[in-house]
Design a protein. Sequence first.
Length: 507
Amino acid sequence: MKVLVGPAPLTPREVVAVARHGAAVELTSDALEALARARVAIEALAEAETPSYGVSTGFGALATRHIAPELRAQLQKSLVRSHAAGAGPEVEEEVVRALMLLRLHTLATGHTGVRPETAATMAAMLNARITPVVHEYGSLGCSGDLAPLSACALALMGEGQVRVDGVLQPAADALAKAGIAPVELREKEGLALINGTDGMLGMLVLAMADLSDLLDVADITAAMTIEALLATDRVFAPELHALRPHPGQQVSAARLTRILRDSPIVASHRGPDCNRVQDAYSLRCTPQVHGAARDTLDYCGVVAGRELASAVDNPVVLDDGRVESNGNFHGAPVAYALDFLAIPIADVASISERRTDRMLDVHRSHGLPAFLADDPGVDSGHMIAQYTQAAIVSELKRLANPASVDSIPSSAMQEDHVSMGWSAARKLRRSVDGLRKVLAVELLTAARALDLRAPLVPAPATAAAVAALRVHVRGPGPDRHLAPEIAAAEELILSGTLLAVVQKEIA
């Protein structure tokens, strides 16, 4: 797959393809024309006697200082070098690639004023899989993701460190091996390379892709637990959810109905002899919780779509050739969405943990052995697997506290209100990872509980899920190790295999 990068917005699918799967990129002819046209306006300002921010002045609190023509190239280099001041662990390759792609898109809109060859060099780096080393800390989510983007700009200049196929090496060496000439920055180019919301937006798009799949997985694990606990599927009837027409709720209810279709376990207690009046909230209200998460995801998709259609820089080159300062680099719109998503992630994990706990408690599990142990008392079954869930859920609740309500002034009070959007994005990635682990435990536990319901058999869709899990997990026994089984269940989810086998049954 090749992704064409031009003035038109990128799609989330294209971002994921480049960031996660290494798809190649190519600048369109429209992009090259727009880049050349905007560069004319910047060069005119460079020759003018009147100072222009970012072209012939300093930056931030030093914006009032006029820079002599012979020092302007050095100004751009010094800007990048001084701003590449990140610290902490390295950021994941997919995040760096997303960040670079989204910055390339903004350059390709023709609103930043960089030269076509500068944009072409960034595209070449992406295609050569040269990944600059970007550190965890350094962005306040305002004036752009400055330190992360500066690390990428530094590599574009042939400085700093990069990774190629995971191997750490000097950027100059990696560029030389790939036949890519380092960029000699000109007026405004350093500023244009670092003044965007690309890091936080890239992480939002990647998290949305992951969460879309995980919400489908959550419906599967919930359906398995509903069978395991001899609960009813009648509460998922479409006429009930039509009374409260939240779109996501209706989607989840319909999926639960399809997954549980033709379930002998559900049919076994559907008759007049069943003495169950109502199921617990964690079972009965699954569509309401999962559905609200889906609706939140859809809202964040709207925000991401708007940002993907944006050209974020300061100053910007307008279509009529004017170069104007603005505040579009402020990350608040993206930061709020990033924080918002962490809330339903915590809640979907929380309801999953509650469902899991019910399967382990003999007072609420309707005939299942204590902790689903092979020999209760001799072994502890899934007792501590639920502890693991509980620990993760507690962490997810802390991660749901918003980063975007915080602000620390910087740049001598010139940048006196910031979004903390990068921080919101970093904690959202941890939240997504935590939800996947929680669902893996529910999947493993529900599969064990369904085995224990024999001779009753589950629905075709849930039986397929159990069968897929059993390929990777040996099952109970006196020498059982649960940690690798949880990891195997998580890998089944991460690989997409679980979704694929269930989707085949419910299509």
